[in-house]
Design a protein around this ligand. Structure first.
Ligand code: SF4
Length: 308
């Protein structure tokens, strides 16, 4: 339920972003009211492309830290603002440069594919980045006999490996929100809603992905639910996506697989923080130039491989 205070904050945000010409990009996992007043809402891949194509010289990224960093890496001449720079991703922070160095020592001809959920320093030592919407497409294009180190999401890596029937070396990490979903959760929701289709994010464990009618990114789920003739969906990802799916499909029933599918870092971004950020141009996100240049190569390569 939107309060009068929320409505006032949203009006003020819209007024200031127009006055200062600031482009707001938000992730599907942010709060509903943030998705409603953003200029662009998307998954992490679409957010990176939107930052690159932003019509404004200042961009505010409503998402966790690696998303704002990706925008800063891709847009060195633009100012990138984060309304809450402490909002982060525990999975992204689990992998270190030393893990990549060890792989490179053991496999000098190997390739490192890093999920976009990584800090800039990891992207800088990676050969290419990927997101959940393009990981299969990207790895499919890499030389078949080359050893690949996929970091840091083991579940996404497992999904790609099984789709491509190709073995990958994984890093033992995962998203604490998605990995909480169990097979029993899905069985329970299916028993309650037998005709509902199950849409699963590939960050979920393989046993859960195996029960899906569709496995894909948040953007993929949105597209699938709009095209599908089904009138009910069990959503197995962070609950924020329900808002965008609901807006696109007002007559369809959405059931979240578990009530606690909530990313606290994404929900740490609020209208109040966005308004403060716009007024004070805080907090600018910068990446050391030597790291930025190398990280940009991995991100640009991802965009190139995804778009053809
Ligand atoms: S939902 Fe998971 S992967 Fe996404 S930002 Fe939150 S902790 Fe990280």
């Amino acid at each position: 339920m939107r309060t009068a205070e929320d409505r006032l904050l949203m009006e003020e945000i819209i007024r200031i972003k127009q006055e200062k010409s600031i482009y707001i990009i938000a992730h599907y996992y942010t709060k509903n009211e943030i998705q409603d007043m953003a200029d662009f809402v998307g998954d992490s891949y679409a957010m990176a492309v939107a930052a690159k194509n932003s019509p404004c010289d200042t961009i505010l990224v409503a998402g966790v830290d690696f998303m704002a960093e990706s925008a800063a890496i891709l847009c060195p001449t633009k100012m990138v603002l984060s309304p809450e720079p402490k909002a982060t991703c525990p999975m992204a922070n689990s992998v270190e440069v030393s893990h990549v160095s060890k792989f490179r020592q053991e496999h000098p001809d190997g390739l490192v594919v890093s999920y976009v959920n990584t800090p800039a320093a990891i992207k800088a030592v990676s050969d290419i980045c990927c997101t959940s919407s393009n990981a299969v497409k990207i790895i499919e294009k890499l030389p078949p006999d080359t050893k690949i180190f996929f970091i840091p999401d083991q579940n996404l890596g497992n999904y790609v490996a099984s789709e491509l029937k190709r073995s990958l070396e994984f890093f033992p990490s995962g998203c604490p929100i998605h990995t909480a979903v169990t097979r029993e959760d899905i069985l329970q929701r299916k028993a309650e809603h037998p005709s509902a289709q199950v849409l699963v994010h590939p960050e979920c464990i393989p046993e859960v992905a195996a029960m899906a009618d569709y496995v894909g990114s948040t953007a993929g789920m949105l597209a699938y639910s709009s095209k599908s003739a089904a009138d009910a969906f069990i959503i197995v990802t962070e609950g924020g996506i329900m808002h965008s799916i609901n807006k696109a499909n007002p007559g369809k029933k959405l059931i979240l697989a578990r009530e606690d599918l909530v990313c606290p870092d994404m929900k740490d971004i609020t209208l109040e923080k966005i308004l403060y950020s716009l007024i004070n141009l805080q907090t600018p996100i910068t990446v050391a130039e030597d790291i930025r240049v190398k990280a940009a190569i991995a991100l640009e390569k991802m965009i190139e491989y995804s778009s053809n």
